[in-house]
Write a protein that binds this ligand. Structure first.
Ligand code: SF4
Ligand code: SF4
Length: 299
């Protein structure tokens, strides 16, 4: 079967110090790092073993930063060469070096890159993006829509080639006036999707059927936000639990969740790049904006 898996292991440390993040400059102990590595290698082994059985799309969504750890880089390279893996991607702050990407299959590997102004010089971040482009590595680039990030976002938008999409995530707990939302929408035509949490209660969502979340122990849930367990990856017990089911939560507030809502057109918008957040047409055209002013939203 075709299966999309979002993997999040125990890793909870990061080399950056973003003021809004609970994982900022957190350190994992040696034992925690060893456990994270073992869990990731078990997951990678499982994914490899599905050859001839499943077609897999994989997104690593670590709490902290994965690519500063060798085992994440190795897993991405390894999985990118598996014929039954259609896509393997990771969310990253792009602080890592990039030479290891030379060993990956650029047709399969992709990066979801977040720019954190204040944590890295603009020119260094932009240089990394150019390096990715030069290597033919698919990537999206984004920023949190905080007021203090606006000028940084404008500078980045101006420096990126027009076809490279810059996403903007509404900041947690931040309310946007229409004028502020328009400012961010001028940079990311899809910002209206992020502006408000989406009402999701009772709505059909692909998670739990063709998309699941997996933790370091192999516990399978429909998504990162619904705690009910579907079974375990490693004893196959989750398989019989896969099936269509409505969302049990009131709202869905995160792109990695609501992108799978069947009531939104985001599988079409991001066709071929759902996991790494790359739209099918590169930067979506601004005429989309009036259509998107009132997405199904709460709050
Ligand atoms: S880069 Fe990401 S994980 Fe690291 S501190 Fe910033 S927001 Fe948190
Ligand atoms: S809509 Fe969001 S919270 Fe609800 S099941 Fe889907 S991904 Fe999970």
């Amino acid at each position: 079967m075709d299966l999309t898996l979002l993997y999040r292991g125990p890793l909870a440390s990061c080399d950056y110090d973003c003021p809004y993040c609970p994982f900022a400059k957190r350190r994992d102990t040696t034992a925690q790092l060893r456990a994270d590595r073992a869990a990731l290698e078990r997951f990678t082994g499982w994914a490899r073993s599905r050859a001839g059985e499943d077609r897999l799309s994989l997104l690593f969504t670590p709490w902290g930063e994965g690519l500063v750890r060798s085992w994440y880089r190795r897993a991405l390279v390894d999985l990118s060469h598996q014929p039954h893996v259609d896509r393997v991607a990771i969310q990253t702050n792009l602080s890592c070096r990039t030479d290891w990407l030379a060993e990956a299959d650029p047709a399969t590997l992709a990066l979801w890159c977040t720019y954190h102004p204040g944590q890295t010089p603009f020119d260094r971040f932009l240089g990394k993006l150019r390096d990715l482009a030069g290597r033919g590595i698919r990537h999206s680039v984004g920023i949190v829509g905080l007021p203090e990030n606006l000028e940084h976002a404008r500078r980045l938008r101006a420096a990126l080639p027009a076809h490279v999409y810059l996403w903007v995530n509404a900041a947690d707990g931040h309310t946007y006036t229409d004028a502020e939302a328009d400012t961010w929408t001028a940079l990311d035509p899809l910002f209206p999707y992020s502006r408000h949490p989406h009402r999701s209660a009772g709505l059909p969502c692909r998670t739990g059927e063709s998309v699941v979340s997996v933790d370091g122990d192999g516990t399978v849930r429909r998504c990162h936000f619904v705690r009910a367990e579907l079974g375990n990856l490693y004893d196959d017990s989750y398989r019989t639990a896969l099936g269509p089911r409505p969302c049990p939560l009131a709202t869905c507030d995160c792109h990695i969740g609501y992108v799978h809502l069947e009531t939104l057109p985001l599988y079409d918008v991001f066709a071929g790049g759902v996991l790494e957040r790359v739209p099918a047409t590169g930067t979506p055209p601004l005429p989309l904006v009036p259509l998107l002013r009132r997405p199904p939203a709460a709050g």
